[in-house]
Design a protein around this ligand. Structure first.
Ligand SMILES: Cc1ncc(COP(=O)(O)O)c(C=O)c1O
Length: 374
């Protein structure tokens, strides 16, 4: 892969060492062009060519996302963010009093609040305790032994520590126990491989604005086709029903596909952006991207001790991700991050540590600049 060429697609590289893809990513020239294409269409033709241009791009993008996930387009819905996707599952399943949802205290609030809300139906949210930034597998195994365990919901990568959860093993455990498996994939989709069907993942959600390198407010929700009929859409709208172009007859039958979860007009501009972003990721290849991101993050981890910085991210080969969290001895993390920011190096502070999250178009010089600035 010619990484120098890839880098030229990211104008941000001319301004900053942008190491915050776990926060909000910058966009590539490809996504910029797609947004311009949308704006031009909207300004010149409005909805005159809706089917030929907007609908065509919406369905093309859905198919590209399905390719990224090794799924069928019928299993993919557009949502406004990760939280909405998780909420569709939380509010859509038919819960029984006493059911347990298993999650963990390392999770982002989006993967805790929608489940805790189910307390009103007598559903218990079990918050497993993480240790050293990771959730030990034994704790999940033990929790899944409960006959009340109904659903396990975890992030593919923990947003603070960067620990990658072993989704394949977790998916196997869930299948063995007949427990549903939901994944908040926003901290790895676009950066690390992820295949819901073979890995036993039933539901998955991710917004486009982090590792997918798209814009905010347009994400994806995957629902395994086996479970489509077990999740009642929270809102049934004009777009959810079987013939969603017939506005004259009120219908009860739902769309046969995950489109049933898209209750109304989609975020067409966001979908244009997401389509171009996914095209770029597929062109470079997720395996190549993962290899590059892990090499850059390894380089950072290796350089930290010499800068009196303590690495907090688990970095065994199965746990490493695009997120590296660290603390400089004797310096509060906000101060370190502010100092880096002054040097044009963008990191943030999460869970009491400086969090750096490079993507594939970053380079060794930027990692070395961060280490130098420390
Ligand atoms: C693991 C994780 N889940 C969810 C979110 C929020 O996602 P959204 O704003 O797309 O709902 C974040 C944002 O930082 C996150 O890190």
């Amino acid at each position: 892969m010619n990484w120098q060429r890839v880098r030229s697609w990211f104008p941000v590289t001319r301004e900053l060492a942008y190491l915050n893809h776990a926060g909000v990513a910058p966009i590539s020239t490809r996504v910029e062009e797609a947004l311009r294409r949308y704006a031009e269409e909207a300004s010149r033709h409005g909805a005159f060519r809706y089917d030929a241009v907007y609908d065509a791009e919406i369905e093309r993008t859905r198919a590209r996302i399905a390719t990224l996930l090794g799924a069928s387009p019928d299993e993919v819905a557009f949502v406004k963010n990760t939280t909405e996707g998780l909420g569709i599952v939380a509010e859509g399943l038919a819960w029984r009093p006493g059911d347990q949802v298993i999650t963990c205290d390392l999770e982002y609030p989006s993967n805790v609040y929608p489940w805790r809300e189910l307390g009103r139906f007598g559903v218990e949210t079990v918050l497993l305790r993480g240790s050293d930034g990771r959730l030990p597998l034994e704790r999940v195994e033990e929790a899944l032994r409960s006959p009340r365990a109904r659903l396990l919901t975890l992030s593919s990568v923990e947003f603070g520590s960067g620990a990658r959860n072993d989704l394949e093993t977790l998916g196997d455990l869930c299948r063995e126990r007949g427990v549903l498996f939901c994944v908040d994939a926003i901290q790895s989709l676009g950066c690390l491989p992820l295949q819901p069907e073979p890995w036993g993942i039933d539901f998955l959600a991710a917004d486009g604005h982090k590792w997918l390198l798209s814009v905010e407010g347009c994400g994806i929700f995957y629902c395994s086709r086996r479970l489509l009929d077990q999740v009642r859409p929270r809102t049934i709208g004009w777009r959810s029903v079987a013939d969603n172009r017939d506005f004259d007859h009120y219908q009860t039958e739902l769309q046969a596909t995950a489109i049933r979860f898209e209750e109304g007009t989609p975020n067409t501009a966001g979908i244009f952006a997401l389509g171009a972003a996914v095209d770029l990721l597929l062109e470079v290849g997720i395996d190549a991207i993962a290899g590059r991101v892990l090499a850059l993050t390894d380089r950072l981890c290796e350089g930290l001790p010499a800068r009196r910085a303590r690495l907090l991210s688990p970095r065994t080969p199965t746990e490493a991700s695009g997120i590296v969290s660290f603390v400089v001895e004797g310096e509060p993390p906000p101060q370190t991050s502010a100092r880096l920011r002054q040097a044009g190096i963008f990191t943030v502070v999460r869970r009491g540590a400086v969090r750096a999250s490079p993507h594939f178009y970053n380079d060794e010089a930027e990692i070395d600049a961060l280490l130098e600035a420390l």
